[in-house]
Design a protein around this ligand. Structure first.
Ligand SMILES: Cc1cc2nc3c(=O)[nH]c(=O)nc-3n(C[C@H](O)[C@H](O)[C@H](O)COP(=O)(O)OP(=O)(O)OC[C@H]3O[C@@H](n4cnc5c(N)ncnc54)[C@H](O)[C@@H]3O)c2cc1C
Length: 212
């Protein structure tokens, strides 16, 4: 992907990348994203939401009453950010504290998806994005549910990736200070599954849940 005037990483540009495979990998790993847009009254708003990627398109779904989705459907420019925190960077001064991260910023205009096949594929992909393998294990979406869902597609065609890795970068003299410094890795860990108390049928926890 080529950088554009608005995706060119300015500060610490060596941390920026436009590698589509690397961008796809971060988008796929992140559970959620944030969608920024200007509302009908002209105010900037940033809303957290679930996304998925199929090929080089991002998909967003929800109630047709959602302000975010209605606004996107209306053709406003959106800015989607995806953030994964990999570590807390503890330096010898507050100034040089930082985080290790991988983040994507993508711009574009979304379009409503009305084709039933694309809708089914994207809705399954949204479920599988959260728990891979889940879509094939659940009751298929009904026509009524499909009609009650607004689905939007945003091309992943103008985006940047920024990555920070490694230890803190302290002032040269500060390395003599008796202060612990380093990185505290951060990762997402799922706890043991908690069965729905309303389960009427005894079903073992499936592998796609245990493996998440
Ligand atoms: C978890 C986390 C914590 C951060 N904490 C801070 C902080 O406390 N203070 C701070 O100043 N910065 C922080 N950043 C970095 C911040 O995201 C910006 O990169 C930074 O503000 C420099 O922006 P800029 O002025 O160079 O570019 P801008 O002019 O703001 O951005 C130009 C273009 O560069 C690209 N870009 C900029 N930043 C990112 C990014 N993070 N990921 C992907 N593309 C990007 C976008 O396409 C953007 O449109 C943090 C980032 C992350 C992910």
């Amino acid at each position: 992907m080529q950088p554009t005037e608005r995706t060119r990483v300015r500060r610490l540009p060596e941390r920026g990348s436009y590698d589509l495979d690397a961008i796809r990998a971060v988008v796929d790993e992140a559970l959620i994203c944030h969608v920024g847009f200007v509302d009908a009254e002209g105010h900037p708003v940033v809303i957290p939401t679930i996304h998925t990627r199929v090929g080089d398109a991002l998909y967003f779904h929800g109630s047709p009453a959602s302000r975010m989705l209605r606004r996107m459907k209306g053709g406003v420019e959106v800015c989607v950010t995806v953030t994964i925190v990999d570590g807390l960077v503890l330096a010898r001064s507050g100034f040089h504290h930082s985080m290790n991260y991988r983040s994507v910023v993508a711009f574009g205009v979304a379009e409503e998806v009305t084709d039933p096949d694309e809708q089914r594929r994207a809705l399954d992909a949204l479920v599988d994005h959260v728990v891979p393998g889940r879509a094939a294990a659940v009751r298929p979406t009904t026509e009524k549910e499909r009609r009650a869902t607004l689905l939007l597609r945003l091309p992943l065609s103008e985006a940047s990736l920024k990555t920070r890795t490694g230890p803190p970068g302290d002032e040269p003299d500060d390395y003599d200070l008796p202060i612990w410094a380093g990185v505290l890795p951060v990762r997402t860990v799922y706890g043991p599954p908690i069965e729905d108390p309303a389960m009427r049928v005894a079903v073992p926890v499936p592998p796609h849940v245990l493996e998440r």
